[in-house]
Design a protein around this ligand. Structure first.
Ligand code: DHB
Ligand code: MG
Length: 216
């Protein structure tokens, strides 16, 4: 019998991660524009904030902005002068995210870069080392994003990746689509690479989390 269930989820969401007016408006804004409602859940957002705060992050990177919901949680966990660079392939989403960061009073602390992350990341090595990286973009890209993160996160820096469970598909043998295979490869590499101490946060759709070790 699963220990964590919908009742406990609702209980702890209300306890630890209630959304304020800003987050409610950001979530609603994404839905109102007809964009996919795949934004992280409040408890996942709170966990991102927690991780960013726990590692004392000053410079964070997010791959996959959507409407700025997870990004807002992340910036709220950074050090007072901390900044977030967030990458979004779709211009319409990036524009909405900019509106939402302004609504949250965070416009000065967030850079929304528009384009394919695989093309933007090589340029961002100039900004390394980073303290915190959150991956929540197209799943086929996760292994490449992991390789980049290993090279550009400081020792003690934290990585988080959304959809580590892929709605349960990672453990269903019949699921062999490219996205699920990519998540499996990502999880396996993260688990076995000595450059990471990794674990899984099982809320929402599962968040793979890892600390960058001193291993080179
Ligand atoms: C889906 C959910 C996500 O959180 C995501 O990042 C991409 C896709 C989905 O449910 O399809
Ligand atoms: Mg996701």
């Amino acid at each position: 019998m699963p220990t964590y269930n919908d009742v406990l989820e609702a209980h702890f969401r209300a306890l630890f991660s209630p959304e304020d007016e800003v987050l409610i408006r950001i979530r609603a804004g994404i839905e109102a524009r007809g964009m996919p409602t795949i934004t992280v859940k409040p408890e996942e957002g709170r966990f991102l904030q927690f991780l960013a705060a726990a590692c004392g992050a000053r410079l964070a990177l997010e791959i996959g902005t959507l409407g700025g919901y997870s990004g807002t949680w992340i910036v709220r966990g950074l050090q007072p002068e901390g900044r977030l660079i967030t990458l979004e392939r779709e211009a319409e989403r990036a524009e909405l995210a900019r509106e939402h960061f302004a609504l949250a009073g965070l416009a000065e602390r967030v850079e929304v870069l528009v384009g394919d992350a695989h093309l933007l990341l090589p340029r961002l090595t100039a900004r390394a080392p980073l303290d915190f990286i959150f991956i929540d973009a197209e799943k086929e890209g996760y292994p490449a994003y992991l390789a980049w993160a290993a090279e550009n996160l400081r020792p003690g820096g934290v990585l988080a990746a959304h959809n580590a469970c892929r709605h349960g598909k990672v453990v269903e043998a019949g699921q062999q689509d490219a996205a699920t295979e990519a998540i499996r490869a990502f999880n396996q590499r993260l688990a076995q690479d000595p450059r990471w101490i990794a674990s899984l946060y099982p809320g929402g759709d599962g968040m793979a989390v890892a600390v960058r070790t001193n291993s080179r």
